[in-house]
Design a protein around this ligand. Structure first.
Ligand SMILES: [Zn+2]
Length: 463
């Protein structure tokens, strides 16, 4: 098997290499750009499997219940931040609906999740002209003092520009133009600590998005032990660019930031777990899923409710065809600000034999392929599985890959794969009030469900 895998990898790599294709997994395990490969493995596909793959694609691209169910979830429960009532009510509803679908195995497995709450937020420009600006605290940010932080604003493009001479007692605004999520996310994760080390009192971030209509984007930030914890919030790209222009014009800028966020004690939540037992090898598991928590603005429709609904209906369709191995759907909780769900799943199930783990967390857009991390032997099989998706034009396989919720499994040696989509619009909505269900195309949602069903069923047969 290993030899064949190496041959296949050589053949595939020798075919067509396209660098930087497709949307990256949000937290892919490597900072290297993925290598995408075109795949032709159809000659190895058993005809019976080919037929079932075609049936799965037909039923899911024509699934009339799928989009309405996503609308119900998004519109009824709203955003689903870890520790919120909204999330727990949404989880209750999903479990009840899964049981109505006849999934007796559907259960909530306990997870203790962090509970950060946003509270009141205000950002006021004081100089050169009083004006309220849109602001959205970054997840995990500490509050400002009760009276807020009023200070001169200094705009920088990178950590390298920071110095105590420049930043001491200021509000530092990080405002480089968007040049990809992966590079921007370092500013969001580390900006507060870097600014604090230079003596700043608060920090702001130009929202991580390629395009904006006045909407700030949140996301998690982290503090470092022993470094002062200063408040950190996102502003719109429009306001960030304006403040940069004012600074370049030599104008004095002053602002007042007020955040009343709170870090409350962790609270109980759940991973949703539901499975279809394998007909031949029930003890071997193909696990796939999404994360069911979201940020506390918008509806988390693309991130990641759409993938959860697609995976759910994929499992419904798979059940009809009795997979060889057990197929397990997990809707992980707390991906956005802690990954407690991923850790709890690995702790509870890490001893089981997982032949493959898959996550969809790049928005629900037209599927294009898969990014993989694991052994050559597993890669060879994944290439065969992906070949089943040629009719959907979603057969591309690249390395490396995975997903944030798969990391604890990957560390245990489980091969991991992430769904890739034509997600040019993803970061326009991501982590903002604009990530609502009206942004999801029902046709593309059906295609994601079809891609997940075929890939997971194929893996349960062929891995
Ligand atoms: Zn996500």
């Amino acid at each position: 098997m290993l030899r064949r895998g190496r041959q296949l990898r050589a053949v595939v790599l020798g075919a067509l290499l396209l660098l930087g294709q497709g949307a990256r997994a949000k937290e892919s395990p490597s900072s290297l750009p993925p290598t995408m490969m075109t795949v032709t493995a159809a000659e190895e596909t058993p005809p019976g499997l080919r037929k079932i793959a075609d049936q799965l694609m037909a039923s899911l691209t024509g699934d009339k219940r799928l989009y309405p169910r996503l609308v119900t979830l998004c519109d009824t429960f709203g955003p689903r931040l870890s520790g919120s009532e909204n999330l727990e009510r949404a989880l209750d509803w999903i479990l009840a609906e899964l049981r109505r679908d006849g999934f007796d195995s559907a259960r909530g497995e306990p997870v203790l999740v962090p509970r950060w709450t946003r509270g009141e937020e205000q950002l006021s420009l004081l100089t050169p002209q009083p004006q309220r600006l849109s602001v959205l605290g970054l997840g995990g940010s500490v509050a400002t003092p009760a009276e807020g932080v009023s200070a001169p604003v200094v705009v920088v493009q990178s950590f390298a520009e920071l110095s105590p001479e420049l930043a001491r007692d200021k509000i530092v605004l990080f405002a480089p133009p968007f040049s990809g999520y992966e590079s921007g996310v370092q500013l969001r994760l580390l900006g507060a600590q870097k600014a604090a080390l230079a003596g700043a009192r608060a920090a702001l971030l130009r929202s991580l998005t390629p395009q904006s209509l006045g909407t700030p984007h949140t996301g998690v930030t982290v503090y470092q032990e022993g470094v002062a914890r200063i408040p950190f919030a996102a502003i719109t790209t429009e306001d960030a660019d304006r403040l940069l222009r004012l600074q370049r014009a030599g104008q004095k800028i002053e602002a007042k930031l007020l955040l009343r966020s709170q870090d409350l004690p962790p609270s109980p939540s759940r991973n949703i777990v539901v499975e279809v037992r394998g007909r031949e090898r029930p003890e071997e598991v193909v696990v796939f899923g999404c994360h069911i928590d979201s940020w506390d603005v918008g509806q988390g429709a693309h991130d990641d409710a759409g993938s959860c609904l697609a995976a759910w209906h994929a499992l419904l369709a798979i059940r009809e065809h009795k997979p060889r191995r057990t197929v397990r759907l997990v809707m992980w909780v707390n991906e956005e600000n802690g990954s407690a769900g991923a850790k709890a799943y690995a702790a509870a199930h890490g001893h089981e034999k997982h032949v493959l783990a898959l996550e969809a967390d790049s928005g629900v857009f037209r599927p294009t392929g898969w990014l993989f991390s694991g052994s050559d032997a597993a890669l060879a099989k994944v290439v065969r599985v992906a070949g089943l998706l040629a009719p959907l034009r979603a057969s591309m396989v690249g390395v490396p890959g995975g997903g944030a919720d798969l990391r604890p499994l990957a560390e245990r040696g489980v091969p991991v794969v992430g769904l890739q989509v034509a997600g040019e619009r993803y970061f326009v909505y991501h982590h903002s009030a604009a990530d609502t269900v009206d942004k999801v195309d029902p046709v593309e949602l059906g295609q994601v469900a079809a891609a997940l069903a075929v890939f997971v069923y194929g893996a349960a047969e062929l891995m």
